[in-house]
Design a protein around this ligand. Sequence first.
Ligand SMILES: Nc1ncnc2c1ncn2[C@@H]1O[C@H](COP(=O)(O)OP(=O)(O)OP(=O)(O)O)[C@@H](O)[C@H]1O
Ligand SMILES: [Mg+2]
Length: 288
Amino acid sequence: MSLLSQHVDGDRQVRWVRYFGSIFLANKDNFAYCYSQAHAGYGAMFDLENVSKRYDHVQALRSLNLSIPAGKTTVLIGPSGCGKSTLLRLMAGLIPNDEGLVTFKGAPLTKKNIKVLRRKMGFVVQEGGLFPHMSAENNICLMARQTGWEEGRIQRRIKQLLQYTRFPQDALNRYPAQLSSGQRQRVSLMRALMLDPDVLLLDEPLGALDPLIRFELQTDLKSIFDALRKTVVLVTHDIGEAGYFGDLIVLMQDGGIVQQGNLADLVTRPASRFVENFVNAQRTLLAL
Ligand SMILES: Nc1ncnc2c1ncn2[C@@H]1O[C@H](COP(=O)(O)OP(=O)(O)OP(=O)(O)O)[C@@H](O)[C@H]1O
Ligand SMILES: [Mg+2]
């Protein structure tokens, strides 16, 4: 039996263990229930239970619970500093949570399994995160080459990705600094899609683009999501964009979730004055 993760819930010590290939929630005396059975057919790609994260003096996430539905687009939205990027990085296993449990396809993320599980996740970091000293093509192929894909398979995949993202083939050998910001975002997206991941985690993929390019990329992203039917978690500041992409919109404030639902829920049934103000602030701008 191996210990996968543990945390304290009130006065209870909660331990997740692997026993003969299955995952169990264990307490002091017996196994409470079989994790995989409890979650069979649940339809969640990620499950976060009472997840907290602190950086030095900042409590970035506070005992947060969230289920990310498989095959749908979930949008994380909220004011700057509310914890959106932290939440996305936790799901990608790039940073550890202090408390609580993060599971991906029913398996708790652990130091041991994260390297393998990360190959099933495509991640676009805020600002794109391309390596400046590598060409667009090398940025896109890096993981596939490290994973041992043969060159023919890599080239076939690139061809597909160029079509999805409408990126010009002759720009593949350029460095990120020699591309427009919209093209850089397309390269980041191709890199995230290269290994055909189960889930795409996109941190403000449309931030800092001029309005026309943004509109073009919004439309392309939407058709990629619809065509590939992947699970997508996307961060944005823009409520209109959240409504355009999101099957589920998760509005955050100060490290917690204040409301989740679709755009109509947020507009017509705001859970608090904060939700009303957040939605109305952007609607007022639109009405000008
Ligand atoms: N590496 C870090 N070290 C210390 N504090 C951090 C670190 N990363 C984030 N924070 C803090 O944690 C809080 C949440 O940050 P996070 O980046 O998750 O916010 P965000 O919602 O993505 O904001 P934005 O919309 O501006 O990107 C902020 O107060 C931020 O200053
Ligand atoms: Mg952020």
